[in-house]
Unconditional design. Structure first.
Length: 401
């Protein structure tokens, strides 16, 4: 089976490919060093550029027929869906992928289906937010219709915040976007959840419902992470119902999903959903907690095989917490080691992503981190204590570049 994999730097997917998958990777030049030696690679200036992708895919297809197209990163979803539709290949076509990656198309379809959302509106320029603020008031959230990791997502609490985006480099990413912008009414939440599922024949056959340790938009160089809620949690069934309603409205038949939602004083509200595995340490945490590997399920679905929902390892009785280590822009001059962090009793795994001397750029996302940590605790009370101990041990020092 010849698989064209449109991807950025999420190379972990390679470890889950079956032996009969012969892969050609299409990526950007800056990511090529992340792939194993001997990987067949084609490069494009931008994996979001559908015209460039089409030209490369046609060239590859003429040399050897493409059987499947796979995409594992948020930025590559649109391109993979487009190529499946353009080349008449099996798998999730562009119209469905667009609803799972274009937040304006997504929320429009969900609103039509009656799925609970916060108020939203598509806008062409940042200046259009003035009109929305006149109607709705402040605070508001502005974000690109296409994007990942909350990059270029801002909470605007008044006209002064908007003026900063309009007049400074802080708003460059939004002003230069070649797709619509989205403005939403800010949600006062009492909890922020994500759920990660396996969909087969249009039905949710596996769903892990998780709570974030703290709201993602409040990241600001803080520890963030999540943990799977215990089966007795009162919101699980309602989240499951919303996930199924969302998947049905957007038209996914088979695949893996990652959905964000909020609990408010008026009930649960869907934020957004994607048809690929989550980032950060979410997949590893869910695999340790439940025994189900979402990467394996995702690859099976992408290659036209039935994704398994059978646990590969025994489920844990306690609570597994995935936690990302904070990061700050600049050159790292001092950073905790994996060995040092592992001295916290509850820590079971540490994967460092950065080291002394590395330079962290100024445009941080929720997925930006120096490393991932998994912890195991008996209950939610111990969870907070363990994360607090991890925070006390973590050291990061940077210097300006």
């Amino acid at each position: 089976m010849h698989v064209l994999m449109v991807n950025s730097g999420r190379v972990e997917v390679i470890d889950h490919l079956p032996a009969d998958a012969d892969v050609t990777v299409v990526t950007e030049a800056s990511y090529t060093h992340r792939y194993p030696a001997g990987t067949r690679i084609q490069t494009v200036p931008d994996i979001a550029d559908l015209t460039s992708l089409r030209a490369v895919a046609l060239r590859v297809d003429r040399e050897r027929r493409i059987d499947r197209v796979l995409a594992s990163s948020e930025r590559s979803l649109q391109g993979a869906g487009y190529l499946r539709s353009f080349l008449a290949l099996p798998g999730t076509r562009y119209d469905v992928v667009n609803r799972f990656s274009n937040k304006l198309a997504m929320k429009t379809a969900l609103r039509a289906a009656g799925v609970p959302l916060t108020d939203f509106r598509g806008i062409a320029t940042l200046e259009d937010i003035h009109t929305v603020a006149t109607e709705w008031g402040w605070p508001l959230v502005v974000k690109p219709a296409l994007g990942a990791g909350a990059q270029d997502t801002f909470v605007l609490r008044g006209s002064a915040d908007l003026d900063v985006l309009v007049t400074t480099e802080r708003g460059d990413g939004l002003r230069g976007a070649d797709y619509p912008l989205l403005v939403e009414r800010f949600v006062d939440m009492t909890a922020e959840y994500h759920c990660d599922g396996i969909v087969r024949s249009g039905r949710t056959d596996f769903l892990a419902v998780s709570s974030y340790l703290s709201p993602l938009l409040e990241r600001a160089e803080r520890f963030i992470g999540s943990y799977v809620l215990p089966p007795s949690h009162p919101d699980i069934e309602a989240v499951r119902d919303l996930h199924q309603a969302t998947v049905t409205a957007l038209g996914l038949e088979t695949g893996v999903t990652h959905m964000e939602l909020f609990r408010t004083a008026h009930g649960l509200v869907v934020s957004e959903i994607s048809c690929r595995p989550a980032g950060m340490g979410v997949v590893d945490g869910i695999a340790l907690q439940t025994g189900v590997n979402l990467w394996d399920a995702f690859v099976a679905a992408e290659l036209g095989r039935t994704p398994s929902v059978v646990p590969l390892t025994p489920a844990r009785d306690g609570i597994v917490v995935n936690c990302t280590l904070p990061v700050r822009p600049g050159r790292i001059t001092r950073l905790s080691s994996a060995a040092s962090l592992s001295e916290v009793a509850e820590v079971t795994r540490v994967t460092m992503k950065a080291g002394v001397g590395d330079v962290i750029g100024p445009r941080l996302m929720t997925t930006s981190t120096t490393g991932l940590v998994l912890l195991e605790v008996a209950d939610e009370r111990q969870l907070r204590q363990a994360v607090h101990r991890l925070m006390g041990r973590y050291v990061l020092e940077v210097e300006p570049t």
